[in-house]
Design a protein around this ligand. Structure first.
Ligand code: ZN
Length: 107
């Protein structure tokens, strides 16, 4: 199903095709992929459903797409996770890398 959706990153409406998004560990949500930046946008209902499934399974990891921010790469932390861990904007975090993984540890 095609639908006109607003991409908050491109700040523009696009016609987007609905498709399944695999969050990881078998959690699938229906959403829309922005044709310009590639960000995957979920409706609020699908987002809540996926988060509920993930938290029922005590999952700590969800698949997210990185995006360019200046010369760096950035990843968005879903609001549910930010609230669960009491994360606030401008709070500092420590980054650890080991064996191809990154751990983000709030201070
Ligand atoms: Zn976009």
């Amino acid at each position: 199903m095609n639908r006109e959706m607003y991409c908050p990153f491109c700040k523009k409406d696009f016609k987007m095709e609905e498709k399944p998004f695999h969050w990881g560990e078998g959690v699938v949500a229906l959403g829309f992929e922005c044709p310009k930046c590639g960000e995957f946008l979920l409706t609020e209902k699908e987002h809540r459903k996926a988060v509920r499934t993930a938290s029922n399974r005590s999952m700590l990891t969800l698949s997210r797409k990185m995006f360019k921010l200046g010369r760096s790469l950035a990843v968005r932390i879903p609001l549910d996770i930010a609230q669960k861990l009491h994360l606030k904007p401008k709070q500092t975090v420590e980054l650890y890398t080991n064996a191809g993984t990154i751990i983000v540890k709030p201070n």
